[in-house]
Ligand binder design. Structure first.
Ligand code: ADP
Ligand code: MG
Length: 588
């Protein structure tokens, strides 16, 4: 039995298949242009809409591939298929170089850099005599496959849309995978993603290269469909149009690429006809009308058209709990009582402020250690030093005897530390299930390519089943499919714990998990933590709430002004005059 959205997909595919047989030539051409643009925009949907990397320069990759294939086939007599491989390699290489330099830039600087390389490439094409300067290269051969030549508009249509449909499916598969979850975290949650083992710099580069490859594919198709290339198709305007298409379509949904590409292409084409007719002039007023329409569209549908349209589409069935699957890789656990974490002489300054001064303590496997102290005492800073989110000025941290200080957060995560954040750090528009599955990132290994080809399904089933088990373990089973950001703050904190548990940690670091919880929720959390200790987990609990800590922890370390004030059993700490003076004074 097909669900409504699958039926819709089949109908769309059928319509695409018969369209060129029924429509006049003009519309077939238009559909070819839409297909080409969709490829480029699809790269932007993943890169800009999902990962948050804004590029105005995609036309440079389209142009580079178009020129490469035109040059190779006309000047050197290569076959189009041979030059497909070469031009994609060229574009990927360009993207690696450009990305390595520009992806380090943040925000506006990155976007400005994309404009700069777009302009540079345009003038490069226009000025090289070998590439025909501003008149370009013509007589580019058509693509042929098994004796079949794609040399008419209708034939090229099938070639273009085969690639475009495949790219749409691949992008959809990518976003629905282990790597896809990590890509979704890139935009606002890089620090969190690093803490769960994602190499965010590498992932950004991968996303950037993939978008460039899609643009390159469009460029190759463009050259062999139009049978000539000239620099004018790859000017800065084109780059802005692509970005516009992504925004208009709805930059966070795969099929928003088709919607955006279609609307912009059709609008531009029809305005060229309508505006001069209505205004009785041949002056180029259509650009102004086009701009005004775009403003109106953006004003009316801020997230693009795709989300607005999807409200009208038939709803799919509510997703079920992921089916049970084998447990993904588990760590070897040390015996209870083994020294697990050793911290020696940790120091951290922020300018003139000494946030952490000479802090030492240790945790044994199977215990809950509380790290308490007044606000601003330096607890979260210690926490960030241990998890690698901040680098210590000096001091040593060892996990099971192996030094972990100075390592990046993702490496520390790999060695068995998992954390929550004092300020909730979830991907809010992603489901609870996907957020928690991101915690299990390091228990899987399949990359973006496997995801696109759906070669990751058995691993993915294991990760999702594991995430579901952890969500049920913390008692949030009924909220599995809700968007994480839609839960009350207290429950979001529990989702953070489930995500950390999904990493199968040796040591669980919790930063103020009880903050903002109501009394009953605090008791439930306390019960959960005791249960986890019973199951052999080791926990470092940073807490402000004394009452919550006292009944729960095995030992306490008290901090004040960055220094260790006291350490010992909860009863001893409660009786310690210095602690009462500094911390409990206000409460008792
Ligand atoms: P706690 O978690 O115990 O409330 P923190 O570790 O967050 O305390 O902060 C300790 C001190 O360090 C505070 O005075 C805080 O203002 C300062 N601090 C924390 N992070 C930074 C930072 N990134 N830059 C500058 N100062 C910071
Ligand atoms: Mg804190």
């Amino acid at each position: 039995m097909m669900n409504p959205s699958q039926r819709l997909l089949i109908i769309c595919l059928l319509a695409l298949g018969v369209a060129p047989l029924l429509l006049p030539e003009f519309y077939v051409t238009l559909l070819c242009y839409i297909g080409l643009a969709t490829l480029v925009v699809l790269g932007l949907v993943v890169m800009t809409g999902v990962a948050g990397i804004v590029s105005f320069g995609q036309q440079a990759f389209v142009g580079a591939a178009a020129y490469a294939t035109a040059g190779l086939t006309t000047l050197l007599g290569w076959s189009p298929w041979g030059s497909l491989a070469a031009s994609i390699l060229l574009v990927a290489g360009m993207a690696v170089l450009i990305g390595a330099v520009t992806l380090r830039l943040s925000g506006h600087y990155l976007s400005i850099a994309t404009i700069a390389w777009g302009i540079a490439i345009y003038y490069l094409f226009g000025n090289l005599p070998q590439l025909g300067q501003y008149s370009g290269i013509d007589n580019v051969p058509a693509v042929s496959l098994a004796g079949w030549e794609f040399n008419t508009g209708r034939r090229a249509y099938f070639l273009i849309w085969t690639f475009t449909a495949a790219a749409l499916v691949a992008a959809h598969n990518l976003l629905d995978s282990r790597s896809g979850r990590a890509v979704r975290a890139l935009r606002f949650r890089s620090v969190m993603a690093e803490s769960f083992g994602v190499n965010t710099a590498a992932l950004k580069l991968i996303v950037f290269v993939q978008a460039a490859v899609l643009a390159g594919l469009a460029g190759w198709l463009h050259a062999h469909y139009l049978r000539f290339v000239s620099p004018h198709a790859f000017g800065v305007n084109a780059g802005i149009d692509y970005l516009f298409m992504a925004v208009i379509g709805g930059a966070s949904q795969v099929w928003g690429a088709v919607v955006g590409a279609a609307i912009l292409t059709i609008l531009k084409e029809s305005l060229k006809e309508i505006v001069p007719f209505v205004l009785h002039t041949t002056a180029n007023y259509e650009t102004i009308v086009f701009g005004a329409l775009m403003l109106l569209l953006l004003h009316r549908t801020r997230d693009g058209i795709a989300p607005a349209v999807s409200r009208w589409l038939p709803k799919g069935a509510t997703p079920a709990r992921p089916p049970e699957a084998p447990v993904p890789r588990l760590r070897k656990r040390p015996a209870s009582g083994t020294p697990l974490l050793g911290v020696e002489g940790l120091n951290k300054r922020f300018g003139g402020l000494i946030a952490v001064k000479d802090i030492s303590f240790s945790i044994n496997a199977g215990e809950i250690l509380g790290l308490i102290g007044p606000n601003g005492a330096g607890k979260s800073t210690v926490f960030n030093l241990l998890s690698g989110t901040l680098a210590a000025d000096s001091g040593a941290v060892k996990l099971l005897g192996a030094p972990i200080d100075g390592l990046p957060a993702r490496t520390i995560a790999r060695s068995g530390l998992a954390r929550t954040f004092q300020h909730v750090n979830l991907v809010s528009n992603m489901s609870v299930l996907d957020n928690v599955a991101l915690g299990a990132h390091l228990r899987g290994a399949k990359g973006t390519l496997a995801a696109m080809l759906r070669a990751d399904r058995s691993e993915e089933a294991q990760l999702l089943a594991e995430a579901a088990r952890q969500i049920e373990r913390v008692g949030l089973g009924e909220h599995m499919h809700a968007a994480a950001g839609s839960l009350p703050l207290g429950q979001q904190r529990i989702v953070e714990i489930a995500r950390a548990l999904a990493a199968d940690p040796l040591l669980l670091l919790l930063d103020e998990p009880a903050a903002g919880l109501r009394y009953a929720e605090k008791r439930a959390l306390s019960g959960l933590l005791q249960r986890l200790r019973g199951e052999g987990l080791t926990i470092l609990l940073v807490e402000h709430d004394m009452e919550f800590v006292m009944g729960l922890v095995d030992r306490l370390v008290v901090m004040e002004f960055g220094e260790k004030l006291a350490a010992g059993l909860p009863q001893e700490i409660q009786r310690n005059p210095a602690v009462i003076e500094a911390y409990l004074g206000g409460i008792e």
